[in-house]
Design a protein around this ligand. Structure first.
Ligand code: ATP
Ligand code: MG
Length: 710
């Protein structure tokens, strides 16, 4: 095995973190300072020192991020032992552990994971059953209730305290909410359903109550590392503490200024609490930014400087030069979209790969107008953080059938699939469920149920399908194929309008399931980290093509691109309208803005439309976001001013070309897109002005593209 010269690859602070192998360690530092890189090198170092990779646990925010980090660590060591490190999210870890230890708290090995939509459905069901909804009653929506229950759990707060702090208008409903909560907990247990929060709650409980489990877990994982620690909550912090009892070899890295998940109960103060949780923890700060140019960092620093509470730092880089971020105001959304598409095409001309460009937004729907424009221009893109595949109705139907194969008492799924049968309404479904619930083999019982003739045929077909799917020894793909035979006719009946699009999603699902040997694993993966829905590019699901990235800021965490566009910077959108009333929420929006701008390596564009179309209100004037308005003018340039400085016919395109010999006025040249033209002169050593025969006069940066002399 080759030795790695860590000192040459890391700065002194990073090196210290990488070589501190034992004891608790906190790395707290700003964006782009190499926190994730440091984790990766430390992992490589541990393995190089002879630590068996299986003894290392890496927790990150998405499983994709974990896989990527393991891949990088393996590449550093030029061998693949690091792939044996257990990498995942807190939820996937908890899930794995519960499959092993869940019986200690009454969980079967085949519990089902509910996503947020399932949880809301269950809450709705119980709310109706308890008579808390209905005519003349004002009771919070199921989404609100689900959010309240989730926050109680993640913040480890009592219902009353939470309502007082965050939902004071619901104080009158506390008793009913408490009753509903008790029923919800009971319902989940009865049907072996776990929502996301339960995964953490049960795992923490097992750790807290069973010292024997703590011991064996500490024995199994001798080293724990956590990325993005600022977005963990109290529950997760406790899980780390319990799991590390005995060795305390815990390294966490994070940036309090980038904490953006408080709506899931994350608390940026958590990271500041680490030294209290692990007395004697070593704290290392990383000062230098390696990602962005100084002008981008100056803007980021100015944005976060206004935050009320922050622990870290001012970002700086040793890199010289860099362009000022550009602010663009379009007349409306359409102009904003055209501007972005124009710039993207130019960047592509310069040689920047589409996948090295990202458009970021606060909420998924902010990119709708742009998506139309990109499709029109044939610019392929992938969208991250939007609607998940699993959240669409038809995929939920499929999943429900599969879940019953694994967990036949999952009554929520029964309800969903029974309602798909022609002639079965909510009442019949409920009767059926009451019957199935108490039979030892619900699927078989379905066939013999004394149903009305009108639905007997439909129930029989469902029963036969489920029985065929449940046969031993089938691969998940084979089970899905059996199901499709039954489901496709249903699909065309129930979702008649957009049947073809939905059918494509099913093909997509089939291609995903093909990678799995075990149905349980497939369902778990879907629930824990569902794939994004219909990639709305020109060629859906064509992932081989270089694609532009559209992403919510939340999903862009930890990533970086050559050029970043942050769009829709309008009051009410970003900061979001919901945040305007509460100072804490507004602070979080500011951190979100900081996360967005610090994703850019070379170029940053901040854009907004001057007017917006709002359904019901028509066209309204949009006000520039306070995040823009507050920025000192010297930190960015206004696009329109840049344009005004150029002569009118030069104003549209600037292209970078491979640095070559200086061009003389009068020379004839050929450009791959603009054709032939005559050089007018050089504006500086990098820019040549060419008068093209058909394309008019352009200023070209001499960096990437070949300009051929004729
Ligand atoms: P974020 O807060 O956004 O997650 P981070 O602190 O995790 O950022 P990294 O993503 O690890 O930062 O690093 C940012 C960029 O800087 C990466 O491209 C990384 O390779 C580079 N980098 C970090 N440290 C060094 C170094 N010592 N030498 C060269 N490049 C470095
Ligand atoms: Mg990182």
């Amino acid at each position: 095995m080759k030795r790695i010269d860590y000192q040459a690859l890391l700065n002194p602070a990073q090196y210290e973190a990488v070589t501190t192998l034992y004891g608790p360690l906190l790395v707290i530092a700003g964006a782009g300072s190499g926190k994730t890189r440091t984790l990766v090198y430390r992992m490589a170092r541990l393995v190089e020192e002879g630590i068996p990779p299986e003894k290392i646990l890496l927790l990150t925010f998405t499983r994709k991020a974990a896989t990527e980090m393991l891949r990088r660590a393996s590449a550093i060591l030029s061998e693949d032992r690091c792939e044996r490190v257990l990498g995942g999210t807190f939820h996937s870890l908890s899930h794995l552990m519960l499959r092993e230890y869940g019986e200690l708290v009454g969980l079967s090995r085949h519990f089902t994971i509910m996503d947020r939509g399932d949880a809301e459905d269950a809450i709705n069901l119980l709310r109706n059953a308890l008579g808390l909804a209905g005519k003349g009653r004002r009771f919070p929506k199921k989404e609100t209730i689900a959010a309240i229950f989730s926050k109680m759990v993640n913040k480890m707060m009592g219902l009353e305290d939470l309502i007082e702090a965050e939902y004071p208008h619901l104080l009158g409903d506390i008793e009913d909410l408490a009753r509903l909560f008790r029923h919800y907990v009971q319902y989940k247990l009865e049907h072996q359903l776990l929502d996301y929060d339960d995964l953490l709650v049960y795992w923490r409980r097992i750790l807290a109550e069973f010292p024997r489990v703590r011991e064996s877990v500490a024995e199994r994982f001798n080293f724990i590392m956590v990325d993005e620690y600022q977005d963990t909550n109290h529950l997760q912090a406790e899980i780390v503490r319990f799991m590390a009892e005995g060795h305390e070899n815990v390294m966490v890295v994070g940036d309090d200024s980038q904490s953006i998940y408080s709506f899931r109960g994350a608390n940026f103060r958590n990271i500041l609490e680490f030294p209290r949780l692990f007395p004697g923890a070593k704290i290392i700060k990383l000062e230098e930014n390696y990602r962005s140019t100084q002008p981008i960092l100056d803007l980021a620093n100015a944005a976060i400087a206004r935050a009320k509470e922050k622990y870290t730092k001012c970002l700086h880089t040793k890199r010289k030069g860099g362009e000022l971020p550009v602010v663009f105001r379009g007349r409306d959304e359409a102009e904003q979209s055209r501007f972005i598409a124009d710039r993207i095409l130019e960047l592509r001309e310069e040689g920047v790969e589409l996948s090295d460009i990202a458009v970021l937004f606060r909420s998924s729907y902010h990119s709708f107008d742009l998506e139309l424009e990109l499709t029109k221009r044939d610019i392929p893109f992938v969208k991250q953080g939007g609607m998940k595949l699993i959240e669409t109705a038809h995929i939920k139907d499929i999943i429900a059938h599969l879940r019953i194969i694994v967990n036949p008492i999952d009554m929520l799924s029964w309800n969903r699939i029974l309602l798909l049968i022609e002639g079965v309404g909510p009442k019949t479904s409920q009767q059926l469920i009451n019957y199935l619930r108490y039979t030892p083999e619900p699927i078989k019982a379905l066939e013999t149920y004394p149903a009305k003739p009108a639905i007997r045929e439909g129930l029989g077909r469902l029963a036969r399908t489920l029985l065929a799917m449940a046969k031993e020894g089938l691969s998940p793909e084979e089970r899905l194929e059996i199901l499709f035979e039954y489901y496709l006719p249903l699909l065309s009946r129930v979702y008649h309008d957009d049947y073809p699009k939905r059918e494509k999603d099913l093909d997509h699902l089939l291609s995903i399931v093909g990678r799995y040997q075990d149905l349980d694993d497939f369902l778990t993966d879907l629930a824990l980290e569902p794939p994004e829905a219909s990639v709305a590019s020109v060629e859906p699901y064509d992932t081989d093509r270089e694609c532009l990235v559209l992403s919510t800021i939340h999903s862009a965490k930890g990533l970086e691109w050559h050029t970043v566009f942050v769009i829709s910077l309008v009051e009410g959108r970003f900061p979001s309208g919901y945040s305007l009333g509460r100072e804490d929420d507004l602070e979080e929006e500011r951190r979100l803005f900081y996360v967005a701008v610090t994703r850019a390596r070379e170029r940053l564009y901040l854009t907004y439309p001057g007017t917006m179309y709002i359904p019901g209100q028509g066209r309204t004037i949009a006000k520039a976001s306070r995040f823009l308005a507050e920025l000192p003018a010297r930190l960015s340039r206004n696009w329109h001013e840049i344009q005004a400085e150029l002569s009118p016919d030069e104003a549209s395109v600037v292209i970078n070309i491979e640095t070559g010999p200086a061009f003389q006025p009068g020379e004839w040249v050929k450009h791959p897109v603009f054709g032939t033209g005559q050089v007018r002169g050089m504006t500086d050593q990098h820019k040549v002005v060419v008068n093209f025969e058909t394309a008019g006069t352009k200023t070209l940066h001499l960096k990437y593209v070949k300009l051929e002399r004729l």
